[in-house]
Design a protein around this ligand. Structure first.
Ligand code: FAQ
Length: 316
């Protein structure tokens, strides 16, 4: 064994010990290249999702039915922008550049969550996104507060607090609509019918088809498998649907006494594959809009850089 080999081995052992003891890996610590690459992939996808995720609800900003609803929706969209920024900042601690990540998103070299490729047809969709999409996001993201990589875990704490608030505002919106007219109740049911299955798909492919889970769990980036979190979400959501008075569009939903959980049907995995490949109902529109916003913002980035340079020179 050469000195370099034994040095590398010692670093690896230390990394494994830190992860195994549930301590945090920090930016300046040695880490395996594959661990770094996995984190960049997941955090970048997560950041892109928050930013692209502003679009479906943003569609209703100018048409929210009251000033109050508009103010709430605007605040929610701004929160999502903030989440994107924390996450890009967390990714930058791994040595990547936010501008480069944005280029990769726009060129289709990096992914974002499948859920944001569905259209928001009525204002009830805003409530259902808060209830189901933010609800699924919370189930998936609360365990990430214990992720082994410090900057990602810490970013998730605040994000989860805000997502919980988003979920409650969505549920409150839906409760209000359900207390309204027959037409409003039908609008809620229609939105639930359209968003239920895509929300279940947010958790990713079933465990047998999830190439990254095993490695990510061993590194304590992910703390649960996709199917475990999907089940947790269904168990949390069914009683909320009952209280709201809507029917979840799954004839296979049934309480399983033995397991103490809800049995549910199989999502259409071919649909998830298609959406991830870029063939969902709104993929092209979402990426095009992101590209246009990025290009429109070029002058702001240039001005900020010029300002920073001017300040740097005057400080010399
Ligand atoms: N959509 O081996 P796995 C939000 C890809 S934020 C698209 O299971 P992994 C807030 C996956 O990347 C929502 N692609 O992968 C909000 C992989 O591809 P790759 C975003 C998906 O990473 C609310 C391949 O399939 N949340 O909602 C999806 O172990 C309201 C194989 O999959 C996060 O990003 C999908 N649904 O597990 C904003 C949370 N599922 O890269 C606005 C953090 C899988 O190998 C409004 N991320 N893929 O080519 C995670 O927890 C994980 O990355 C998973 C996927 C669970 C998403």
């Amino acid at each position: 064994m050469t000195a370099t080999d034994s040095g590398e081995r010692a670093l690896e052992d230390r990394f494994e010990a830190v992860v195994g003891a549930d301590q945090r890996v920090e930016p300046r610590d040695w880490m395996p290249e594959a661990y770094r690459a996995t984190l960049v992939r997941q955090i970048a996808q997560h950041a892109h999702s928050e930013i692209i995720g502003m679009q479906p609800e943003g569609n209703w900003l100018t048409r929210a039915p009251s000033l109050r609803r508009k103010a709430i929706l605007l605040a929610k969209a701004q929160d999502e922008a903030g989440h994107g920024l924390y996450l890009y900042a967390a990714a930058e601690t791994l040595g990547v550049d936010r501008a480069e990540l944005t280029e990769k998103l726009i060129d289709g070299r990096q992914k974002y969550s499948s859920i944001f490729n569905y259209p928001t047809l009525t204002f009830a969709d805003v409530g259902v996104i808060g209830w189901l999409v933010d609800g699924a996001a919370i189930c998936n993201q609360v365990p990430l507060c214990r992720c082994s990589y410090g900057p990602y875990a810490r970013a998730m704490v605040r994000i989860c607090k805000e997502e919980s608030f988003h979920q409650r505002q969505g549920y409150e919106l839906l409760m209000t609509l359900m207390r309204g007219t027959e037409a409003q109740r039908a609008m809620v049911q229609d939105a639930v019918d359209r968003w239920w299955w895509p929300s279940l798909m947010m958790f990713g492919p079933p465990d047998g088809d999830s190439p990254n889970t095993e490695r990510s769990m061993a590194w304590r980036i992910k703390r649960h498998t996709n199917d475990e979190l999907r089940q947790r979400f269904v168990d949390m959501t069914v009683p909320q649907a009952q209280h709201l008075g809507v029917t979840l569009p799954d004839p296979a939903l049934a309480w399983n006494e033995e397991r103490g959980g809800w049995d549910f049907g199989e999502p259409d995995w071919s649909e998830l594959k298609q959406v991830i490949k870029g063939n969902g109902p709104c993929n092209a529109e979402r990426v095009e809009r992101r590209r246009a916003a990025h290009e429109d913002g070029a002058w702001v980035r240039e001005a900020a850089l010029a300002h920073a340079e001017k300040k740097r020179r005057s400080a010399q």
